[in-house]
Design a protein around this ligand. Structure first.
Ligand code: GLY
Length: 375
């Protein structure tokens, strides 16, 4: 194993041991680090879709080190997240991100019965968003009954996990119908995909493909491509179905062809060439997907995915990791959305750190496999 991997992991442990104490003192769910303190979610308080990444990172570090401080901090945040079940209105299809990495991780690593129940509760909420005309609805709001987004490919893992736990195939059936709809309606011939599809909520027919968090309608938002790459890889792992593996390969090929010369990732692969807008969350998430895809296919093809993942991770470590004493986040140059600098442009955003740490854990053989239906 390359030396920098162990060094980066040791530094991440040190940074987030300090971070866990600071976050508890602040009493928030960290969304981003701003120097020596954390900042909470920009919208919707503890219902904001990113709330699971911080406890997920704590559980990954706990799985790797056994340090109680990480577990305690994950449990503190779990209390805040499970209270959000009662708000309901603000929860959306991202309950997969929120609860698979918090209560789901808690159950996976300790066998806690309440954590299992809470995770099944979240899976039932996600299944409840299924429209039987053929897709999972993304967001609430009367004007958005037909909206589905590529990010949901990651949330499907919660449904696969729930079917495995309960032996009830309904959850998995919903996940497959949605993944198949995504293959038909989101993917383009070149392996790229759009961010949003608006389906007819009574017909299931794709009606519109508006612009989302990328540069423009018809462009290629890199984090969406990473969600597709990792999401279809996880669908292939969780179901064993060849069509998801083929789709993951196509998404990977497109992503790899568009990595910048320096190994970082543009916010949108179709953004103007003179625009310096990077999103390192996309690179970190894609690296996790590529490492899993490499394991799945093996051989020379697997080596190609692994090499691409290593190129992304080395660039993140060498060019954009902040290892300074006082700071509380790792990856810099994370960008929430192409046109909304208010949510963060070229800053630390902690779900980028989550995927960076998950990738380090995969390379060091301690990944807690939080997205997998089976242990
Ligand atoms: N799931 C929304 C995003 O990736 O920003």
């Amino acid at each position: 194993m390359e030396k920098w991997i162990d060094e980066a992991f040791a530094r991440a442990c040190e940074k987030f041991a300090r971070g866990a104490r600071k976050a508890a003192e602040q009493g928030i769910i960290p969304y981003m680090a701003d120097g020596g303190h954390y900042v909470g979610a920009p919208f919707d308080g503890n219902s904001w879709w990113t709330g699971g990444f911080w406890p997920g990172m704590m559980w990954q570090l706990y799985a790797a080190t056994g340090e109680e401080g990480f577990r305690e901090e994950a449990r503190r945040v779990e209390e805040l997240l499970t209270r959000e079940f009662r708000t309901f209105d603000l929860l959306n299809h991202d309950v997969g991100f929120m609860y698979l990495l918090s209560t789901g991780a808690h159950y996976r690593l300790t066998g806690d019965a309440q954590a299992r129940t809470d995770t099944l509760h979240a899976a039932t909420l996600l299944a409840g968003r299924f429209n039987p005309v053929g897709f999972i609805r993304a967001w609430p709001g009367e004007d958005r009954t037909g909206y589905a987004i590529i990010d949901c490919m990651m949330n499907l893992c919660l449904l696969h996990w729930a079917s495995e736990q309960t032996k009830d195939p309904r959850f998995e059936a919903i996940a497959k119908i949605h993944a198949d709809a995504t293959m038909r309606a989101f993917l383009r011939g070149d392996g790229s995909r759009c961010h949003i599809v608006i389906f007819g909520s009574k017909t299931g027919k794709p009606l519109e493909r508006p612009g989302g968090q990328g540069y423009a309608p018809g462009s290629s938002w890199s984090r969406g491509q990473a969600w597709a790459l990792y999401g279809f890889t996880l669908s292939a792992i969780n179901t064993g179905e060849a069509r998801y593996l083929d789709t993951a390969r196509r998404c990977a090929k497109y992503f790899m062809a568009n990595i910048r010369e320096d190994g970082l990732t543009d916010c949108d692969f179709c953004q103007p060439k003179d625009e310096e807008r990077i999103d390192n969350i996309a690179g970190a998430c894609a690296a996790c997907g590529l490492l899993e895809l490499a394991n799945l296919v093996g051989g020379q093809e697997g080596e190609t995915y692994r090499e691409a993942a290593m190129r992304l991770l080395r660039a993140l470590n060498d060019l954009c990791a902040d290892w300074s004493e006082g700071s509380l986040g790792i990856l810099q140059k994370c960008t929430a959305s192409y046109h909304n600098d208010g949510a963060g442009r070229h800053v630390n955003i902690l779900y980028g750190d989550y995927f960076f740490v998950e990738a380090l854990c995969k390379l060091r053989g301690t990944d807690a496999r939080l997205w997998m239906a089976r242990a």
